[in-house]
Write a new protein. Structure first.
Length: 196
């Protein structure tokens, strides 16, 4: 998962930056550093405050701006989530893309644990190994990738995004929020609420 998902991740990034400072790389075109956190849009997620351990200040601001009481207990990072599944403390998993099971290091225990979940939901652009580890109820929901067009009655849908290199560009992939808003109400909730 990169140099940061490690118990010495911060030190790793600082050491790389120090080495490049010592070599005189900083300030030269094409000689800088780019220590990314994770992959995909993890950088953007952290920048806007998405974390399994949000600070009280962040939660208070969410409450103030959006008018709801956010949960104050901490969630799990990926490794802790896998352990919660192995221990039987987690009953459901929702994956927004990625290949969660394969990305985790403990396949021997993680794969069987994912297959014992009450519910697993996967939103993805293509099938992967994690989708084969079905729980008691499993939903695999497709979405368009960033290179596919989302044509609606009003025309082509686009959003502007900033990538991990601070480059702003248009993306025409299907947004996941509509899928996440409508799918649970139409597909998941009726089946899930009938469970004992």
């Amino acid at each position: 998962m990169g140099i940061t998902q490690h118990n010495k991740g911060t030190s790793n990034v600082r050491l790389i930056a120090d080495v490049l400072l010592l070599r005189g790389n900083i300030g030269k075109p094409g000689a800088g550093i780019c220590p990314l956190r994770g992959h995909s849009n993890v950088q953007g997620n952290r920048t806007v405050g998405i974390s399994e351990k949000p600070t009280p200040a962040f939660l208070n601001r969410l409450k103030e701006v959006f008018g709801f009481e956010p949960p104050s207990h901490h969630g799990h990072d990926a490794v802790q989530a896998t352990q919660a599944m192995i221990d039987g403390r987690a009953r459901a998993l929702i994956c927004l893309g990625g290949n969660f099971a394969v990305a985790m290091p403990d396949h021997e225990n993680g794969f069987p644990a994912m297959s014992k979940l009450d519910l697993s939901v996967h939103v993805g652009t293509k099938l992967n190994r994690t989708h084969l580890l079905v729980g008691k109820e499993t939903f695999i929901l497709p979405c368009l990738g960033r290179t596919e067009l989302d044509m609606q009655a009003s025309g082509r849908q686009s959003i502007t995004v900033e990538d991990s290199m601070s480059m702003v560009h248009a993306s025409s992939g299907k947004l996941k929020p509509p899928l996440l808003c409508f799918a649970p109400n139409r597909l998941l909730w009726p089946a899930w609420r009938k469970r004992p």
